[in-house]
Design a protein around this ligand. Structure first.
Ligand code: HEM
Length: 439
């Protein structure tokens, strides 16, 4: 799609089955549509794939641009802040999880292993702590079941996604389970969340709000007599579901990219470790309070976000009214795809865009330079709700692991490819590494 923009310009349309999709490319056009014209471009499409997963379009991710979406987005953000968004307590939870992750890594000894599943467990467990009030042991049956179903949801490959737009593909052997698998996994995860909401209601104590579900139970109870309210158990269930869907795979895949580039660039790993050990030593727990003192680590994480582009085409938007844009009339409800990859790989702004080069974000004095052209969380009114949480997780997990381990390619192994796979997220192909504990 980035190549097509060279021929057809930064605003063009493609036809996916019966679906017309307007693709926006490049920083200027995406910024203009999603920020300056945010009111026009911040809806979500009510197309077949969306309706498959979100039959009533409840929750936050796929909720239409309107009052319920705004209320729940604000409520969730405020509640999350109460439990420590930006505060030490949430960081404490992430740190606790990073210690559990370190213990898993130590178990591997000097054997090569694939770190992706471990990172997924840790990141998902942070969401469990926030919404359910406690983390799970990784071998807990309930946790294993939850992870299996989340993975089923994300395991749908590009072909099975296409089968949603082109139903005839479902007759091709091996493809037919695409939509059904999605439905089964959604149903199982939803049932599990429902159970948690029920048990939270039973043990609810307004003087002890333990987590996001409690916060929702309190709000739902306070609005019980309001017939119009969307603060219902059903809605709660979808919001919690959304946090798992949007928060787990994106964050863990970004970390997976980070480990790939670290083992491909041992010199960069060494520099990050030098910085970590200078600022934190070998024992001080990492915290975002130290971010300003760690410009090189910041630059590495920014470069990982740019080059990995885990959500290359963001989440689809839709026009909220008939909209005139760059000489085209785009009817209300048209699907709009912001091509974030095109911004992150624009050679005019990022020369040699496929090269991993954290130096892009450092000035001559080695100070970190923020760059608006790195927008992994999107921009505008629909910008990722979990941006702060994700940035905190990436920083704490990455620094705490590099504080205690050096990662390298297994002896004699071929260099893993840095060409990713396009599934629901853009992820590295599976690779193995070896962890050496630092004393
Ligand atoms: C939306 C990226 C982590 C919750 C989004 C969007 C992107 C994104 C590109 C779409 C923005 C748009 O529609 O224009 C990422 C990346 C992450 C990450 C790269 C990790 C590195 C998280 C986390 C959570 C979260 C940890 C919460 C636990 C959400 C929600 C939305 C969203 C609820 C929908 C917002 C709305 O429609 O108003 N994210 N995300 N994300 N994200 Fe994230």
């Amino acid at each position: 799609m980035t190549e097509w923009a060279k021929t057809y310009g930064p605003v063009y349309r493609i036809q996916l089955g019966r679906e017309t999709v307007v693709v926006l490319s490049g920083y200027d056009v995406i910024q203009e549509a999603l920020v300056k014209r945010g009111e026009d471009f911040s809806n979500r499409p009510a197309n077949s794939i969306v309706k498959l997963m979100y039959p009533k379009m409840l929750g936050i991710i796929m909720a239409p641009f309107g009052t319920p979406w705004k209320e729940h987005r604000k409520f969730t953000l405020v509640s999350l802040r109460e439990f420590g968004f930006g505060k030490r307590s949430l960081e404490g939870k992430i740190f606790e999880e990073s210690v559990a992750l370190q213990a898993e890594i130590i178990k591997m000894g000097n054997k090569p292993f694939d770190i992706s599943r471990m990172v997924q467990n840790a990141v998902t467990n942070v969401i469990c702590s926030i919404v359910f009030g406690s983390r799970f042991e990784y071998n807990d049956d309930k946790f294993i079941h939850l992870m299996e179903n989340l993975n089923r949801l994300f395991a749908t490959n590009l072909l099975s996604q296409l089968a949603i737009f082109f139903p005839f593909l479902r007759r091709v052997p091996g493809m037919g389970r695409g939509p059904q698998d999605i439905l089964d996994a959604v149903g199982t995860i939803q049932a599990y969340i429902r159970e948690e909401i029920d048990s939270h209601r039973k043990t609810f104590d307004s003087n002890d709000i333990r987590d996001l579900i409690d916060s929702y139970v309190r709000e739902t109870k306070s609005r019980e007599n309001d017939d119009e309210t969307t603060f219902t158990e059903e809605y709660t269930q979808w919001v919690i579901f959304d946090l798992f869907i949007a928060g787990a795979e994106t964050t863990s895949t970004t970390l997976y990219w980070a480990f790939l580039y670290i083992i491909l660039n041992p010199d960069i790993q060494e520099k990050v470790q030098e910085e970590i050990h200078t600022v934190l030593g070998h024992d001080k727990p990492p915290s975002t309070a130290y971010r300003a003192q760690m410009p090189y680590t910041e630059a590495v994480l920014t470069e990982v976000a740019r080059i990995g582009s885990v959500a290359p085409t963001s989440i689809v938007h839709a026009t909220s009214r008939d909209t005139s844009f760059h000489g085209y009339l785009i009817p209300e409800g048209t699907t709009v795809m912001p091509n974030l990859w095109s911004v992150h790989h624009d050679p005019e702004h990022f020369p040699n865009p496929l090269k991993f080069d954290p130096g892009r974000f450092l000035d001559a004095q080695g100070q970190y330079q923020r760059d608006d052209h790195v927008m992994p969380f999107g921009i505008g009114p629909r910008i990722c709700l979990g941006k702060q949480l994700a940035e905190m997780e990436l920083f704490v997990f990455f620094t705490s692991l590099l504080q205690h381990f050096s990662f390298k390619l297994p002896e004699g192994a071929a260099k893993p490819s840095s060409t990713g796979i396009n599934g629901i997220t853009h992820s590295p192909k599976n690779f193995e590494l070896v962890a050496e504990a630092l004393v």
